[in-house]
Design a protein around this ligand. Structure first.
Ligand code: PAF
Length: 290
């Protein structure tokens, strides 16, 4: 496994691989790899000839007062984990090379980025799509992998790929959870012992919603109310949002008739956690079974 820091070297390597007709799989990350990332990397390993993992804590997707400085970083540990998963290249660029002085070009996906996390993190997705576009331009992957854990991010990137006619296949990989259901995230490291216990309620609230929908409840307001009631049992837990949206448009639905994404963001102490579940209404589930 090689570590490439320089953009020009990464481009040259990727171009050579392309000439050799190798299928390039790219897994973009901000590092501090956990089982969620590793499961994605393993899928990339199975499906591509060359697996490239980018590790870059992207400053432009963090807002003022967010955790850019303290975002966990451990490149040595990441190297070991990546090597064990059969990664070929870690692309680990420097901030000053990715965003040299005078950098002023951004990629923005409209509408879909305005609700859910976009409401409380207004420039976040512009930062994500900009860096992902840069990674795509540098590496020119055939396949790229993202996790469903950041569902809005995944949908936004999918839209960018479609809208800009990019020749990249995107795969969205399932959420990997701890035993008590907490979605794996690099930010879980911030949680104190008691916060960590409370955090399991986030997934419980999603399972509650799943049960309600399966038993025929189609009114999002009623479902969200029940989820809020459950979460309010833990005073340390502050809800940023709970939203039930159409999976194609990410617009809130007034009744659950087709596939929906139930997305949630909470603060536990200073840590912001997100999670989600994709569900079909009970009527469609029955149709699928027959
Ligand atoms: O999901 C992440 O880790 C980041 O948002 C990404 C996609 C690597 C862009 O910085």
């Amino acid at each position: 496994m090689k570590i490439i820091n320089r953009i020009d070297k990464m481009k040259t390597y990727a171009r050579i691989m392309k000439k050799e007709n190798k299928l390039i799989g790219l897994v973009p990350t901000m590092g501090y790899l956990h089982e969620g990332h590793l499961s994605i990397i393993r899928a990339a390993r199975n499906q591509s000839d060359i697996v490239i993992v980018s590790i870059f804590v992207n400053p432009v997707q963090f807002g003022p007062g967010e955790d850019f400085e303290k975002y966990p970083r451990d490149i040595n540990r990441d190297e070991e984990l990546a090597k064990d998963c059969g990664v070929d290249i870690i692309f680990y660029p420097k901030k000053e090379d990715m965003y040299p002085e005078g950098f002023s070009t951004y990629v923005n996906v409209e509408k879909m980025t305005e609700n859910l996390c976009g409401k409380s993190r207004p420039h976040h997705f512009r930062g994500v799509t900009t860096v992902v576009m840069k990674l795509f331009e540098i590496i020119k992957p055939d396949i790229t992998y993202f996790g469903q854990k950041d569902a809005q991010q995944a949908y936004v990137i999918k839209k960018m790929i479609e809208d800009l006619n990019m020749d990249i296949t995107m795969k969205i990989m399932p959420i990997i959870r701890e035993e008590d259901g907490l979605a794996m995230s690099s930010r879980n490291i911030y949680l104190s012992e008691s916060e960590r216990k409370d955090a399991s309620l986030v997934y419980e609230s999603l399972k509650l919603a799943e049960g309600l929908i399966a038993s025929g409840q189609a009114n999002p307001k009623k479902i969200i109310k029940k989820m809020r009631d459950l979460l309010s049992e833990k005073p340390a837990l502050n809800i940023d949002y709970i939203s039930i949206v159409d999976t194609k448009t990410l617009k809130e639905v007034t009744t659950i008739e087709g596939e929906v994404l139930i997305a949630i963001a909470v603060f536990i102490g200073k840590t912001r956690l997100i999670d989600n579940i994709i569900l079909l209404p009970s009527a469609l589930l029955c149709e699928q079974k027959t």
